[in-house]
Design a protein around this ligand. Sequence first.
Ligand code: ADP
Length: 220
Amino acid sequence: MLELRSVTAGYDRRAPAVRDVTLTVLPGESVGLLGPSGCGKSTLARVAALLHRPDSGEVVLDGTPVRHWRHRAPRELRTAVGVVFQQPRLSADPRLRLADLIAEPLRATGRRASAEDRVAELADTVGLTPDLLTRRPHEVSDGQLQRACVARALVLRPRWLICDEMTAMLDASTTAALVAVVEAYRTSTGAGLLAVAHDHTLLTRWCDRTVHWKTVTEPR
Ligand code: ADP
């Protein structure tokens, strides 16, 4: 299970962006978290992805309470979570060719040997043709770059996926394609998904269960 227990987090302890949020995702489940812009969804998504230390509360991943964050989180916890952000250009190293961008987590975890086959397989899954894999981010569209970012999120076969407004910048056909990729991955592997967005129609179509921000936050 991915458990967020009474999580309070933000950038200023006196005025946290996220207050007392409790939310659980079961293995194989897709949970949509719906809320207006600025309510704290991205901050919570970063906490769930072990990228932002909460001020209080707890994140428990498959029974293990998370004690360290970002690069200090133990590798077995870090690699259990894949994350896709809203803006692919902010999360992609502009110097890397798309093939290297997708393979980055493999190289970072010493699995370079398996990279070539895995990248080819995932590129096919997300709909990137081989010629695109040799390009750098500035030579591809936002949609193509987001396809690479989804492939990168799946490359280590995570048990948990966090998608933070993954499709907000995309056209309808790329949105449908990437949601289908995530769903195929989830149903074939039993991974759990937390999809955070402001788009009610998208989340209710995509997820097993959609919860509103107000219902996961304790009344002030
Ligand atoms: P959402 O994803 O729902 O739009 P965010 O989690 O991005 O909400 O933001 C919640 C609040 O935290 C907002 O008021 C935003 O301005 C603030 N915030 C977000 N990121 C930062 C940051 N890096 N430093 C300071 N404040 C931030």
